[in-house]
Design a binder for this molecule. Structure first.
Ligand code: ZN
Length: 108
């Protein structure tokens, strides 16, 4: 890790902004109004309450509290913003990882 931001003091959107992905940053700005909307804040909180563990850590037999709710198919690529089929709880490490993978996958 080139740097370790103090996770506790950084909001989820800020955390994502710092991941150093130009394309992702652009996407985030475009979606900023969505991610700061009370509708999403409420929906993501509810989802995380029902799914409190990182699904990717869980798949490896590791129990890690989820720190964010990820869209499996990004909204800008037509993913449903509120369908639970398109959501998954992730820790910050896996969220950063899948964000990079998604950008590579969808920018081909
Ligand atoms: Zn994880």
């Amino acid at each position: 890790m080139p740097y370790s931001p103090p996770v506790h003091s950084i909001k989820q959107s800020e955390q994502s902004r710092l991941q150093g992905q130009k394309e992702y940053n652009r996407t985030k700005r475009e979606n900023q109004s969505f991610y700061s909307s009370s509708q999403w804040t409420k929906a993501s909180k509810q989802y995380r309450k029902a799914n409190p563990l990182c699904v990717m850590c869980n798949g490896k037999g590791i129990t890690t509290p989820a720190q964010c709710v990820d869209h499996i198919k990004p909204i800008k690529y037509g993913g449903d913003p509120f369908s639970h089929d398109n959501l998954r709880s992730l820790c910050n490490m896996h969220h950063a990882q899948v964000t990079v993978e998604q950008n590579e996958k969808y920018n081909k």
